[in-house]
Each structure stands twice: as C-alpha cells, then as structure tokens.
Design a protein around this ligand. Structure first.
Ligand SMILES: [Cu+2]
Length: 394
C-alpha cells in the first residue's frame, strides 16, 4: 500500500515537474514537493467526494412521473459548521506549511556563499567572491554561448541579484523557486542544492575532468528568465552546475585568465559571456553589428559626426576609443542602421577585460595593425613582470 502511494506520488511529481526537487526548499517532508502533494491529495479527495455525492443525488432525486419533488432544506447547522471548519483547518495547514517553505527560500545563514548575479538583455552573468566569472559555455537550443555557473552542493548559496536594464526573473525549475531581478535594487535568491549521489544510482550525476586534470562530479540545472524582457528573452538561459564543496573551492581559486593571458583570448571569453547574444564574430547579422572586419573601418552614426577614413589615418587608435565609449556609453554614437539597443557595461569590465575586448575585435578584422593597444602600457608592463617572475621561478 505504501509502496503504491509512493509510486503514485513519484508519478504526480514527474507529471508536473519532470523530476524531484533538487534543493532543500523543494525536498523532504517540509519541502515544497511535499506541500504540493498534500494539496494535490486534498483536492483529489474532495473532487471525488463531491462529484460522487452530486452524481448519487442526481440519480436518487431525479424527476419521476407522479412523484412530487422533495422540498429543499433551508438550513442545517451541523452540516454548515462542518463545511466551514474542516476546509478552514485544511487551508491553515497549507498556509503555514507553505509559508515555512517561503521563509526558508528567503533567508540565508550568514556563512552562505555570496555570489553576485546580473541580468542583462539577454544574458546572465555571475561574479564570484574571488572576482572570477563563468569561463565555460555550452549550447542549449539555438544559443551556443550559454554560461555554466559552478555552485557548491549542500552549501547555502545566496545570489545578490540585480538587473542593469529591465526586469528579469531568475528561475531554476529544479529548485522550485524563482525571483524577480530588478534594476536599481538587489533581490536575494537563496538555495541549498542537494548532495550529489556518486553511487551511480542517480543518472543525472555526471563526472568530468577539468583542464587541470581534476576529476569532479556534477549535476546540471537549467536557469531560465521568467519575465518577458524583449527579442531574445527565450535565449536568456544558463546552466547551474552543482559540484562538491571541495571541488568548488578549487574551481573558485583557479582564475580563467589573468594579466598574462593573451588579451584576445580574454576578449573571446568576455564576448561569449556578455556580448554574443547581440554581436556575431563571423559576419552574421544580430541585434548589433558583427565584429568581423569591424575594427578600423569608417563608421556613420545616426546621432554624431562620422568616424571618417581621414580621422582613422590621422589617429589609428580612434577605433579603440570608440570601442571603449560603446561599452560605457552605447548611446553616444549609434551606428547607422541599428537601434540604440545596447545596454551600458559601465563598471562591469575590468581593465584586463576591456583590453581583451579591444584586442579580440582587432584580431577579427582584416585591418588589424598587429601593434600593441595604446593606453594599456601599465598592464603590458605588469604582464611582462609577472611573466619574468614566473620564468625566473622555474
Ligand atoms: Cu530576461
């Protein structure tokens, strides 16, 4: 009997959610899956009871030739008390059970892992406590640049969420919770992912080897934007990769790039994480202009004087300035033929990343002069020093 009940419960959860909850808020006796099943069973019970009584009465008291109609009763105190008190008690149980889960989804202990999350048309980005962000990407549907965000299992995580443009909503169906991401305000998304079952019983737990040859187990969850936010809203997805806490620490302290990484490689990563939704690098059309053969070419603007060939001949690094300006103040010079649709990335790119984007755009152009980027002499000197130190230490 209990085995059948558990089987039915599993089936109902599969039917509505696809799989069991993977977070503390969703799992276990106090979890939202259990409240959901409770509400579901109460509904099933009363549906069957009420429809049964109704059907029975329809047959029993149907109109018959020569039989006078029963007079309708006007009042029945015990019955009325029963149908007021019993549902109220059931509703109170649902409320307190649900509210308890809601509070657990809102509160994080002080030792929770803090990660900053920014929603921006049309990508998510995270900044971890060590300053790094996503450095691996995958393909989901039509989007080839879906970021993979690594998070620890069994550890409370608190995302400090903010939007740099419109309202988005961070939604992880496997965790059963979602929350709005607002401009000019922080909202907290709190979760504790369940432990990874490495026994092989859970086929969603995979193992892989990272670029430093560390083997690690992980389970992926998809993140959606649940607030319609424009053209590519449906591509605003990400992967939340739950790993074991010890591996998370290793990952957290392995930056994907530093001052010594070739700038164009850094730029390619930045592009993938923040710009690829709108800018292609292969000449294809997007919301914004392609970066292929863009650097070094004259530009016409709808709201400013053109960037002419004469200007570029006189000051070849004018394009580098134009890139920087486009990132910080996208509306200052809007390329003819395009809408002013680019959000500002002011304060979001480090010096290393800004230089990286410029180097990457240069490398994609057939007008690439192959010279160092002016304005980054200090960064180049630092890189040379670090490299010398690394070579000297060996
Ligand atoms: Cu969105």
């Amino acid at each position: 009997m209990t085995a059948t009940l558990a089987g039915i419960n599993d089936f109902v959860i599969k039917l509505f959610f696809g799989q069991k909850a993977d977070s503390l808020v969703g799992s276990g006796l106090g979890g939202s899956d259990a409240v959901f099943l409770f509400i579901w069973w109460v509904s099933v019970f009363f549906f069957v009871l009420l429809m049964g009584i109704m059907g029975y009465c329809m047959v029993k008291y149907r109109r018959r030739e020569g039989v006078p109609a029963e007079p309708s009763p006007s009042h029945n105190t015990p019955l009325e008390i029963a149908w007021s008190v019993i549902p109220s008690l059931l509703l109170a149980v649902m409320f307190f059970w649900g509210f308890n889960g809601y509070m657990r989804a809102q509160m994080a202990p002080s030792y929770a892992e803090q990660i900053d999350l920014v929603g921006q048309k049309w990508a998510w980005s995270m900044t971890y406590s060590t300053g790094i962000g996503a450095s691996e990407f995958t393909t989901l549907g039509g989007n080839n640049n879906v970021p993979i965000f690594v998070v620890p299992a069994e550890t409370p995580v608190r995302l400090r969420m903010n939007s740099s443009d419109v309202i988005h909503a961070f939604w992880v169906p496997d965790f059963r919770t979602k929350l709005d991401v607002m401009p000019n305000r922080y909202t907290p998304y709190v979760f504790t992912a369940n432990a990874l079952d490495r026994s092989g019983a859970d086929e969603r737990v995979m193992t892989a080897t990272d670029k430093n040859d560390n083997e690690f187990a992980y389970r992926d969850h998809i993140v959606y934007c649940a607030e319609y936010c424009g053209d590519s809203h449906s591509e605003m997805v990400a992967v939340l990769r739950v790993v074991e806490p010890s591996y998370y620490q290793t990952w957290l302290n392995t930056p994907p790039y530093d001052a010594v990484t070739p700038p164009a490689e850094v730029g390619a990563l930045v592009w993938q994480a923040k710009c690829a939704v709108c800018h292609t690098v292969d000449g294809g059309v997007g919301t914004g202009p392609t970066w292929k053969d863009a650097w070094g070419y004259p530009r016409e603007f709808t709201n400013a004087d053109s960037l002419t060939q004469e200007t570029l001949d006189a000051r070849p690094d004018e394009w580098d300035n134009y890139i920087r300006e486009s990132i910080i103040l996208p509306g200052a010079k809007v390329k003819a033929g395009f809408a002013n649709a680019m959000p500002s990335f002011d304060g979001q790119l480090s010096d290393v990343e800004m230089r990286g984007v410029i180097a990457y755009m240069r490398s994609l152009s057939d007008r690439d002069p192959g010279t160092p980027i002016p304005g980054y002499e200090e960064l180049e000197a630092e890189a040379a020093e670090l490299e010398a130190a690394a070579n000297g230490g060996e």
